[in-house]
Design a binder for this molecule. Structure first.
Ligand SMILES: Nc1ncnc2c1ncn2[C@@H]1O[C@H](COP(=O)(O)OP(=O)(O)OP(=O)(O)O)[C@@H](O)[C@H]1O
Length: 358
């Protein structure tokens, strides 16, 4: 296939995404596509994405892949993945740009698409491992699809790369991922809950909690006690209940995508536009929500009084830090905290204001 690389439309930790045009004479490739590219030497995530998308097959809530190809550009061998082009960009950027919550009608609609996509992914034995609004693409007709399968993995798979690296984005990380390095389908559901909070408040989950100033304090909050992200008070009762089903701390008791598909929040209602009391697009976090049992800071747990060792306060969100999943397996809180952060082996990449861990 002959194609031409056009302007850049996105950057990720692994790749650059550009528009690509073809002559339009091919039946396999459309005239306009997105091409996700990286140097061949560091194309493992892109190849994983291709393999997973191949295995998943057709699903109208998952971004479609047309194929792959290699090019040589400026003397470098480049691996390219051809994807259907989402003219509306990603949902995270949309919300960040407006700084506003989405009308609840849209939250329901987008959530329904994400849940349908997750049902397909999980039913096929995969977990996505990086569900977040930056990875939900919006199309011209308003449809939303799940993208970015670079970190996706088969159920139970625990390869060498996964063994040594936490995957995903800390803000969306589930308690079992923080505590035990588990990245199975329930972790995608927790991240879905974070995404619904973000769509319906205009703010990322956890962002208004006191005492979360860096990745380490975030991890402690996610992994300890009963606290869950605050649920926007303006969300309808159905929406609040939906989010609570995603924020069940025990992954075995968390609702599955299949169960959530039947939740009233996602019911297709002919009169949906008027079904929300909150369709003004201005949902806000409340001062308090009964679903959130919030210690005042990460050390406000009865068994944390003995923490004496200095925590590295200089590590802020976005700083390069190395995070080992196994540091959470040691018993002493003091060891857990001090083992969490070292500046010796950075393996982080920045995504927005937060940090992606690979
Ligand atoms: N098919 C597409 N159509 C339009 N824009 C896209 C498409 N795929 C990706 N993008 C844009 O490029 C950005 C980066 O893409 P993507 O997240 O897939 O890359 P990545 O290298 O896997 O990034 P990450 O750091 O999230 O793992 C997306 O957030 C989105 O804005």
């Amino acid at each position: 296939m002959e194609w031409i690389r056009r302007e850049t439309i996105g950057h990720g930790s692994f790749s650059t995404v550009s528009l690509a045009t073809t002559s339009g004479s091919s039946t396999r490739f459309p005239a306009l596509m997105a091409v996700k590219s990286s140097g061949v030497v560091c194309s493992a995530a892109l190849r994983n994405e291709r393999d997973v998308l191949d295995d998943l097959g057709e699903c109208s809530e998952i971004v479609r892949c047309f194929g792959e190809g290699k090019t040589v550009e400026n003397g470098e061998e480049i691996y390219n993945l051809f994807l259907e082009y989402a003219s509306g960009g990603n949902l995270g950027a949309r919300i960040k740009k407006s700084g506003e919550a989405l009308p609840e009608y849209d939250v329901r609609r987008f959530t329904r698409s994400i849940v349908k996509g997750l049902c397909h992914i999980h039913a096929n034995g995969f977990s996505h491992c990086d569900v977040k609004l930056e990875n939900i693409l919006v199309f011209g007709d308003g449809d939303a699809k799940i993208s970015d399968f670079g970190l996706a993995k088969r159920r139970g798979e625990f390869g060498e790369e996964i063994r040594v690296n936490i995957r995903g984005t800390p803000l969306y990380m589930a308690p079992e991922s923080v505590n035990h390095g588990e990245f199975e389908s329930p972790a995608d559901i927790w991240a879905l809950g974070c995404s619904v909070v973000e769509m319906s408040s205009g703010k990322t989950a956890w962002c208004l909690e006191e005492g979360i100033t860096n990745v380490m304090s975030l991890m402690v909050r996610i992994g300890s006690g009963e606290e869950v992200p605050r649920i926007p008070v303006g969300l309808s009762e159905e929406g609040k209940d939906f989010v609570r089903k995603c924020f069940v701390k025990n992954p075995a008791e968390r609702w599955t995508a299949q169960m959530l598909l039947d939740h009233p929040f996602l019911a297709v209602d002919g009169d949906e536009t008027s079904s929300t009391s909150t369709s003004s697009g201005s949902l806000r976090y409340g001062e308090e929500d009964e679903a959130s049992v919030s210690p005042r800071d990460p050390f406000d747990f009865p068994d944390w009084n003995s923490v004496q060792s200095p925590v590295n306060d200089s590590v802020t969100v976005g700083s390069p830090v190395y995070y080992s999943p196994f540091s959470f397996l040691v018993r002493s809180p003091e060891e857990r905290i001090s083992g969490l952060v070292t500046e010796n082996a950075p393996d982080w990449s920045v995504s927005c204001d937060w940090v992606n861990v690979r």
